[in-house]
Write a protein that binds this ligand. Sequence first.
Ligand code: MN3
Length: 245
Amino acid sequence: MKNAFNEGRRDFIKNTGKAGIALTILPAFSFSAGENKSFDPVNFQQQPLPYSYNALEKAIDATTMEIHYTKHAATYAKNVADALAAENVNTQNVTIQNLLRNISKYSAKMRNNAGGHYNHELFWKLMTPNSSAKPGGNLASAIDSAFGSFDAFKTQFGDAGKNRFGSGWAWLVKTSDGKLAISSTPNQDNPLMDIAEVKGFPLLDLDVWEHAYYLRYQNRRPDYINAWWNVVNWDMVESRFNQGM
Ligand code: MN3
């Protein structure tokens, strides 16, 4: 029988291998009994960036990548650990995905930092220096049928990022009926959360906080979004579409 976790792991190794980085730490896929074994490599720990800081220069400069990963994202990871301890959450019993699905039961600190940690871990994995520029396979057909065409999808997703007032994220989501939807969330909220307007499994996320682009693009968020399309890891988006729920 095909095992989604090993598939995911293989894809992860293959994709990181393409970036020419030797990884010493592999993501741990551990799930406790009774939990939804959904395909998603994000856990509670910050994992190594799957490429070097300057690998995505065609969209994001090395200084921004370094500060974003080592300062902003690292702080969310640290704060989520603090919140887990303060709120007596045993991470042997709950995955970050299931915690997010019940986020209304936790503190604002948990919401902001578990969201921030998850969103960034996903964001790094969904970019690659070796982007195929457009989706293939099942995902390409699903995008065409949901949005009309890949270009129409890009416009709609880009608008979700451009029109997000203040800080937040744009998302491509697989909803519980298996359909695709575009949404945006404020701050560090995400579509897994029970408080999200559009709920579902996140396939693709784009950070539109100013810290993600200000050094190179200043006020020009649309230019950042346009350049970001050149580094999207469509293989990863497709794996998530085919295996995630
Ligand atoms: Mn960020």
